[in-house]
Design a protein around this ligand. Sequence first.
Ligand SMILES: Cc1ncc(C[n+]2csc(CCOP(=O)(O)OP(=O)(O)O)c2C)c(N)n1
Ligand SMILES: [Mg+2]
Length: 447
Amino acid sequence: MIRNLKLAAISRTASGSVVKARKICYTAARRQEHLPNSSSPITPKLEFFNSVTGSSEKQIPTYRVLDGVGKPIDGAELPEIDEALARKLYETMQLLPTLDNVLYNVQRQGKISFYMTAHGEEATIVGSAAALAMDDEVLGQYREMGVLLWRGFSLENVMNQCFGNELDTSGKGRQMPVHFGSPQHHFHTISSPLATQIPQAAGVAYALRRTPSRRSRSIAACFFGEGAASEGDFHAGLLLASTIPSPALFIARNNGFAISTPSTEQFYGDGIASRGPGYGIDTIRVDGNDVLAVISAVREARRRCLEQGRAVLLEAMTYRVGHHSTSDDSFAYRARSEVEDRKRIDNPIARFRLFMESQGWWNADEETELKARLKANVMKAFKKAEGLKRCEIGELFTDVYGGEQPWNIKEQREELAGLLKKYGETWEPWRTELAKFKNKGQDLLGR
Ligand SMILES: Cc1ncc(C[n+]2csc(CCOP(=O)(O)OP(=O)(O)O)c2C)c(N)n1
Ligand SMILES: [Mg+2]
């Protein structure tokens, strides 16, 4: 409602000093409920707000169904899962730390160049994977190997990628470890620059909507850390997915850290979830260490994506128990005791095991058998991958572009071939290095 609105207009000189002030009076000809270009109700109260909940609580709530020791909380509705699904969930959640422990140590021995663990985030990653369809397109950040394991990407595939050997199906050894990709598993190749996958996911989701055989059947699920959500690409991606409506599910893993920067220093608002409504996107915050809550939330989010053909944002609250990567020592910026505490409180694996036991689906003997079996399988795949050669060195120059190889790639290939001719057989460091490649570089020498 506007009546007798008075505006004070102030003119300034070029130097900025106030030279004149005059009053302009308007009398509204009629009552208005909202402005012509908006449905926002008009209010005479001068009131600022800084919360999206509209309640006195101020903070967006966190959805969970199990308490810290695996018991359903009051009023919780558990997702539909049977024993077979629960066992697959538990085994995949246990496989992750088994692989992580072995590969972390293998890196420490200098056998692979780099590694990143998912310790503490098993429920967020595996629970999401379980709630997606196997052919939903997944665009990950780098800590989501569990989605691939859920989809049947083999231990050999994992090892071959991390060793970058001739059987690496993700990228023929041309990517850093954990940069997986597999068209067969609808898992788009990881790229190191943060947040690039977010606008890409909006594009993939739009393409799915435009493809008759996938429309209303498939979504694009995009994983990213809360740190990546500080990139401009986060905002570009969410805006794109909301204005060109696309079935994209954005899953923010809020694990408390972006390398050494705690989330308390990354943003001032109410986490990542508070940003969803700004883009008109249905949003939920979920306890990311409660695998059943994650399954329910992702299933419902996916249903909304398909039903409305629109984006959904899900923020999973978890904790990065491991170091950021093998290039990091997190005890330089956080206390060991904090990590030990967080390992115990709400531990996603222990919590789900207690739930399984309460249903009569799991016992101590099965636990012992599972751990021994997973370790043996991982060690077998590791030994096989370790003994393999790298791809032919010429593969460095293939697959960069589709179609005919452009002149600049050809030029680089010829330059390397020339250097190999000159030093490859005579200079010891190069001889040793070339021996690691299939055919010892002979493919480039044209022999
Ligand atoms: C554009 C860009 N800036 C910086 C980096 C370096 N970097 C790699 S990971 C990372 C932290 C990301 O944190 P978050 O998104 O929370 O994921 P998390 O590692 O916690 O899973 C940074 C800053 C990068 N890879 N790309
Ligand atoms: Mg993080």
